[in-house]
Design a protein around this ligand. Structure first.
Ligand code: ADP
Length: 398
């Protein structure tokens, strides 16, 4: 791989650290095009590998037994000619402690640790990323961007569960919402495309990737989200069930003897599109199979779209007016079929897609995929969480 680059380009490193993976991107301070992106996987094991893309070339580097630190050190070797000015970290759960992105300091780290009970898988991994980056770049300012922060504007009527108050008061059991960085970015992009001020824009945004959530945005602020205490609530996702009857755990335990942890694992990793189809969690695979007559794949897509449309109708309760319905995420940006099947359930709201615009993902019409007679404009707006984290980092360090 070529490592030549214009010397001394000022940049921001964006890090998204999982328990055994580290995803990163390097973006310029001026401009929006990703300079380098990479993914280190299976960290800590013999098959640890770093995949890295720069200047249109890609490399796959074996880094056996490397930790997060080893992976980041290997990645840094490919950053010659770049001047990192700051580092932005994706953080999953900020609880009620964080309503905005923050510059990382020791007090802030302690506050994220207090949120670990709310995201026991994600927050410790995110903190490993922060600690590693602070060790390797002690001189650089670092910023945390929370998935939950954008949704801290939810009113109590949207965030309270109808369970005894004491669980909220003592344990902070409430709805938080996730994918906030994506919904926020898509709001700003949609406002730009519609030529409106973000503070005066009301939308329902649908982030449909492996994880899926929809958000009601009222005058530029999140007013409700389909996700809750954890990212498991709400829509049907790749491997997650989304909403189920709260009595399901008890029923399955009584009938099968499964333990609570096993039921939770089943709902998280063997449900959703994968569980319904028995085939795959990948929408491309399911669309192709459904096209070839696979009945369960077809039904999985139907459930996915129907449940999404039903949630959109529910989120309308949070709004007085709506400027657009917006699709984003891998599925939302790329599947005309999912968009059309979802819109078909929103007939009563006057949603009408334009087949030709939908087929090309709105690319010919500033994102628009609806027909002129649609009562609600519909758009496809590609998300860019890395860019949003880089922008937030620059905003806070400059
Ligand atoms: P993540 O949430 O991990 O960031 P993505 O946003 O990349 O995931 O979304 C992944 C999903 O997008 C997968 O279900 C994948 O099948 C789907 N997807 C990507 N491209 C297409 C496509 N052309 N048609 C349908 N689905 C697609």
């Amino acid at each position: 791989m070529t490592t030549d680059h214009s010397p001394g380009t000022d940049c921001v490193i964006v890090i998204n650290c999982g328990s055994s993976s580290l995803k990163f991107a390097v973006l310029p301070v001026v401009g929006e095009e990703v300079l380098i992106k990479g993914l280190a996987e299976r960290l800590g094991g013999p098959e640890a590998v770093l995949k890295i893309e720069r200047d249109g070339e890609s490399a796959r580097i074996s880094i056996p037994s490397a930790t997060h630190r080893g992976a980041l050190q290997a990645a840094i070797r490919h950053m010659n000619g770049l001047n990192p000015r700051g580092i932005g970290h994706r953080m999953v759960h900020g609880g009620e402690e964080f309503t905005d992105s923050v510059v990382i300091c020791d007090d802030m780290m302690a506050a994220v640790e207090r949120c670990i009970c709310l995201a026991p898988l994600h927050n410790p991994a995110n903190l490993v990323g922060v600690r590693t980056a602070r060790e390797l770049f002690p001189e650089l300012p670092q910023v945390a961007v929370f998935d939950t922060a954008f949704h801290q504007t939810l009113p109590p009527k949207a965030y309270l569960y109808a369970i005894p108050r004491t669980y909220y008061e003592e344990l902070k059991v409430r709805r938080y919402g996730f994918h906030g960085t994506s919904h926020h970015y898509v709001l700003l992009e949609t406002a730009r495309l519609l030529d409106r001020r973000a503070e005066q824009t009301s939308l329902i945004t649908m982030h449909l990737g492996n994880g899926c959530s929809a958000c009601a945005i009222r005058n530029g602020r999140s007013a409700d989200s389909t996700m809750g205490l954890t990212p498991s609530e709400g829509l049907v996702m790749g491997t997650r069930s989304g909403d189920v009857d709260p009595a399901l755990h008890q029923f399955l335990q009584d009938q099968t003897g499964m333990r609570l942890g096993e039921i939770t694992a089943m709902l998280n990793s063997r449900s959703g599109l994968l569980g319904l189809s028995g085939l795959s969690n990948d929408m491309r695979t399911l669309s192709a199979a459904a096209h070839d007559g696979h009945q369960h794949a077809r039904l999985a897509i139907e459930v996915f779209c129907y449940r999404l449309a039903k949630s959109v109708c529910g989120l309308m309760a949070a709004l007085d007016t709506i400027d657009a319905l917006v699709f984003t995420g891998g599925i939302g940006e790329n599947s005309p079929q999912v968009r059309a099947m979802t819109a078909a359930h929103l007939n009563l709201l006057g949603v009408v897609l334009d087949d030709a615009r939908n087929a090309v993902h709105g690319r010919a019409d500033k994102g628009s995929i609806s027909s002129p007679e649609s009562r609600i404009p519909c758009l496809v707006v590609p998300t860019n969480e890395e860019l949003m984290i880089a922008r937030e980092t620059l905003r806070l360090i400059s």
